[in-house]
Design a protein around this ligand. Sequence first.
Ligand SMILES: [Zn+2]
Length: 523
Amino acid sequence: MLSNRPLISALLFGMFPVAFYLLDFINYSRAGKLLITGMATIGLLSALAEKYRSSLPRWLLFFVSLVLFANLSFHAGMRDIFGVAQDEMMIMKSILSTDGQESYEFWLQYKPYLIKHLLIFVFSFGLFYLLALKPSAKKQHIPISTTILSFWILFFVVGHLEKSIRRGNPFVYFPHFYNEYRQELTELKQLDHLLQSNQTDSALSGVKYYGKDPKNTVVWVIGESSTRHNWSLYGYGRETTPLIDSIQRELLVFDHILAAAPITIPAFERMLTPATKADPERWKKEPSVLQIAKKAGYHTYWISNHTTDAHNGITTLFARQADEVYITNKGKARGEGSYDASVLPAYQKALQDPYDKKLILVHLLGSHPAYNFRYPDSYAKFTGNFDDEVAKSLEKRGRAKWAIAFRNFYDNSVLYGDYIRYTLLEKLQQSPDAAHAAWIYHPDHGEDVCHHTNFSGHNKHAIEQWEIPMLVWSPVKMKGNTKREYRLDEIESTILGLLKISSRYYHPDQDILIKNSAIHDTN
Ligand SMILES: [Zn+2]
């Protein structure tokens, strides 16, 4: 008979991430990564401890288990304190750059949380120690075979092959974030320097507001992962945009808009600055629309339902250029992130603010995967919908049921997004700014939602990733060329046009609204 102790230890360990998940201490993704890397590590060390009965592997097993449990409680505590959509990079940065006073204040402020999670740690590790680590005097030692040891080595290696899963292991996670932190410090210093020099760019001195009305409010709503192929406004077979459909006569609805890039960060770099697909680095050298607007006397807002984690570092850098920044995503239970309605209070406040000239940029979470987290239950109109025309046609083209379920989730998120867009416009129309305002909406890019295969997600090879909706409203209906093919690389000229700012960064040929110069009090 062979020893099955490594397997038992690994399984016992595995119960903890699962229990933490079921208790809503950590999310499914964190739990999954800890489960795989933790079980692989415990199993391997346990096999080594059985194979070589010296004290070293046993101490190693004890120490590593301790770290794994501390890590489990660390993540549970951070989630408790900072919410589920926590900014990992920011937390690591704070930890790494903290001093004694700060740590003390942190302790004072979060004492109840810290004590709670310390107790959870002591309890869970104690339990694991008793069940799996405590050497038993009675049991005689059963040696384990080389095959079993090899199995655990293999499991360990395979469990750590995939980068994002590997990072579930605290021995990878913490060094990884430490390196990222060091690297980001260096890069941010360089970028800060660059962006500073953009602000003193001699061309900015020529920036001028030319509007006759001293008041002007521009609301720039940037959505997320929204393809126009799933909007009823653009002829989709499901009624996903009923509110906007009902007021389409008041809007300019553009038919041939292409994303600047198929993913968020480069799309932002190209939309907010003169950078283009052909010249993607220009955002580092030339000012953003926010900087130009500020220079022209605008009060600028960045209201975002996105998190500001390391992944979104560059958008954070742009956000910092605004006078007021509101990150409204505070997370919500297992839903991973708040619904887009969370931007409304900050938006309302911005609309009520007494500044003459305002640029209000609203960055929505829109239809970002996972789609089913993007809308409340009351918008789950298409859930379980497998027999309407859209679903039938997908089925006819060979799509699996689960893929159609993703399409249903996605369409629900478009429907909820319709309510958000409508509300953002309605609030502007009801505000004191309405008489001298403009409102523009477009997402950063589209999405492939089993349009071609069972795949749903970002797919730069799918046309749906690029073809996106764009809407413009102003109190006087504009007459832009809605049939023009237009790539959002050039949107900064359209925004500068709406802002009525002249500068060398404004190119009339790149302003899609230029045809209606009549309402643009050009002098
Ligand atoms: Zn995006």
